[in-house]
Structures are given as C-alpha cells and as structure tokens.
Design a protein around this ligand. Structure first.
Ligand code: 3PG
Ligand code: MG
Length: 398
C-alpha cells in the first residue's frame, strides 16, 4: 500500500475519500468532530505539498435522493474552522459543474463535494459512477477508515479507474493500532464488550475468544449471558434466541482457558429515565419488575482488578444506558480507569468513544478508533473492502 509520503503531490488533483458522517445536533451543527479532526494531518500534507484537494464523503443514508438534511454543509463549515480557511462545498459530486470547479482548483486549495449517497450508484458500487469519480483524480487517497467496510463506488470501485492509490495517515494509523492489539499483542490481553445485543457481537466474540486472556461483558448483552448462567434478570432486555449461543460461547471460553467476567451487581430501575427510582443490587437480587440499566460499583471494581494486570485492552460497547444520567456511572468509571493505567488501550465504536471523551479521558487512552462498523468488522476478523482495494491497486501499480 502506498502512503501520502511516497507520492509527489504538487499540482496533482488528489481525490480524498473521507468519512464526514458525523453526528449533528438539532441546529444541524457538528456535535462530534472526531472524524473531521482525524483527517487534518492528511489534508495539511496535501495542501502544504501544493496538491489540489478534492474531498468526498457520505453523510447518513439518503438512499440515492438529494435531501437538505443530509447535506455536508455542516461538515464543510467545521472543516473550514479547523483549517482556518474556507473550504467550499460543491453542490454535487459528479457532472460538468463539478469537473469545472475541480479544474479551477489552485495548488494548495481544497473543496468538498456534496454527499456521495445523493446518487444511488455510490452504494451500488456502479462502475460507470466509479469511473466518473475517478476522472476527478490524478491520485486517489482513502482516508475514510470508518467507511472502509463498505464496498461502495468511492471506497472500492474507484480504485480500478485511478492511476495511483494511497492510504491516508489516519487509515494507516487505524490499521497499525489494530495490528498492535490483535497481532502479537502484549499479554495479558483483555476485551471489554458491551452494548445491547449479543446478536450484533456474535462474530466478534467467536473470533476473539480464542485470542484473548480475559473477556469482560457488560451492557444489556450481559443479561443474556447471565440468564444462560441461571440468573434471574427481572424485566431486563434478554435475547431469548441467544441464550444457548451465550452458553456455547461461555463453554468455548472455558475450554480455551479464557476468563469470562460478568457483572456481579447492577443499577436497576423500572424505567430508563432520569429521576426514576434507582437501586443498586447484587446480581442475585434483581427485582422481578426491574430492569438492569448499568453495571454496579462492585462490578467496576472486579473489572478493574483484572484490567490493571493487563498490558493490552480493547473496548467496544458501553456498560449501560450511559446517555441517561444515573445509568452512565459504570461506563464513565471504566473510561476514566482506562485513561489512568499504563496499558495499551484501544477504544472503538461510536458509543464507547463518546463515553471516553465525555469522561475527559480522550488524551489519556492510547487510541480512539474513528470506526464503528469498520472497527467491529476488523475485530470479527474480516478484511475491509476499502483496504483490500488499496492493496490490489498497489499491486497493479508495481
Ligand atoms: C459509519 O458511521 O459507520 C460509517 O460512516 C458508515 O456508515 P453506514 O453504516 O451508513 O454505511
Ligand atoms: Mg454505521
């Protein structure tokens, strides 16, 4: 795979696929700019080298139709602020107007194309659309790690039609950290998994159980494991169809000598609302009418006592309904703890990443991945189409 450092960028039209699929607030302002800040080193590199930068991204799922609510305008605004100079948003991503604007770009200037998914051909990985995007590029750069699990035109198809492909710095870094934690990690290695459902983490668990020393499970998905172990969890969310699966995964872990840790206490209530009647109970005493919305303080202690012995820790998925005030304590405690220890700590998935930032531990953990689905697919042991496409393109260039 070529990188930005291998190329002469001066005067070249650099088509950089980024992932500015960022959360917006009600006023359509960028609520979390991690994914925009993450690509700044690559953007600066191109601009400082005299490249002519064409940025392209998707936002949301507009399903092939133009819709103002999915415009990249807020992202263009935030990028302009961060760069300290205006980045113009071009109203489309292909067509004569776009071609003209790109041809008028001066060295060291950047523009942002409008949402790629306003064209249904993007998600269909349409060859003709891929070719039209490629016509805007002397060099193609994938700097969209978080979208690299999608075999879409701007991520995969385009690489067949451009003269040169390269990986952006952020994409490179994501892959480096992934390798540090998964290929020859320093041991003990722990994975902390949370979130609502076992079903969405099944591939991850199956792939990682044979690789880790500790598996720590929190969030509502722990309920299904607790149930499999014979515990009563009241009215908590349980995936009944996955109780056997949870048992099978526990058996697999036991057979492999992996220590599985589940919550030993919980924060329960009848509703997940701030101001609700909240109780801390031992996991053997969850009231029949109650639901578990967070791990309790003893669970935090038990988890920490194991984690402090670990040299490598990967975390994906919150420990509870952390968005709602009384139920965030477990998740935030864990985030703070991970920021306070010397281990290599890698966090991925939008929720856990947001929790780490809210806990003020962003600069204290080793790395926060920009990926949600893409990070998950790496942990599932899958190849990412966007990364494979760069490798293929690299082979053709040799
Ligand atoms: C993400 O946020 O996971 C990426 O931007 C991909 O978006 P998608 O799930 O809509 O393809
Ligand atoms: Mg997604």
């Amino acid at each position: 795979m070529k990188t930005l450092d291998d190329l002469d960028l001066k005067g070249k039209r650099v088509f950089m696929r980024v992932d500015f699929n960022v959360p917006l607030d009600k006023e359509r302002r960028v609520r979390d700019d991690l994914r925009i800040r993450a690509v700044l080193p690559s953007v600066h590199k191109v601009l400082d080298s005299g490249g002519r930068l064409v940025l392209a991204s998707h936002l949301g799922r507009p399903k092939g139709k133009v819709a103002d609510e999915f415009s990249l305008k807020p992202a263009a605004g935030r990028l302009s602020e961060l760069l300290g100079k205006p980045v113009v948003l071009v109203p489309d991503c292909v067509g004569p107007e776009v071609e003209k604007r790109v041809s008028l770009l001066k060295e060291g200037e950047a523009l942002l194309l409008e949402n790629l998914r306003f064209h249904a051909e993007e998600e269909k990985n349409d060859p003709d659309f891929s070719r039209r995007l490629a016509e805007l590029a002397d060099i193609y750069v994938n700097e969209a790690f978080a979208a690299s699990h999608r075999a879409h035109a701007s991520v995969q198809g385009i690489t067949r039609f451009v003269p040169v492909c390269a990986a952006g710095y952020q994409l490179q870094q994501e892959i480096e950290y992934f390798k540090k934690v998964m290929v020859n990690p320093q041991r003990p290695l722990a994975i902390i998994v949370g979130g609502a459902k076992v079903s969405t983490k099944l591939g991850l668990l199956e792939n990682l159980i044979p690789k880790v020393d500790y598996l720590i499970i929190g969030g509502a998905m722990a309920n299904t494991f607790l149930k499999a172990g014979g515990k009563e969890v009241g009215k908590s969310l349980v995936e009944s169809d996955y109780i056997e699966t949870a048992q099978r995964l526990t058996d697999l872990a036991n057979k492999r000598g992996v220590k599985v840790l589940l919550p030993v206490d919980a924060v329960v209530s009848e509703v997940a609302e701030g101001g609700a009647d909240v109780q801390k109970v031992s996991i053997d005493r969850v009231p029949g009418e109650a639901q578990i919305f967070d791990i309790g303080p003893q669970s935090v202690q038990v988890f920490e006592s194991v984690l402090k012995e670990c040299k490598t820790i990967v975390w994906n998925g919150p420990m509870g309904v952390f968005e709602t005030a009384p139920f965030g304590k477990g998740t935030f405690a864990l985030a703070e703890f991970l920021g306070s220890i010397g281990a290599l700590t890698v966090i991925g998935g939008g929720d856990s990443a947001a929790a780490v930032r809210q806990a003020g531990a962003e600069d204290k953990v080793s790395y926060i991945s920009t990926g949600g689905g893409a990070f998950l697919e790496l942990l599932e042991g899958k190849d990412l189409p966007g990364v494979s496409a760069l490798e293929e393109c690299g082979k053709r260039q040799r």
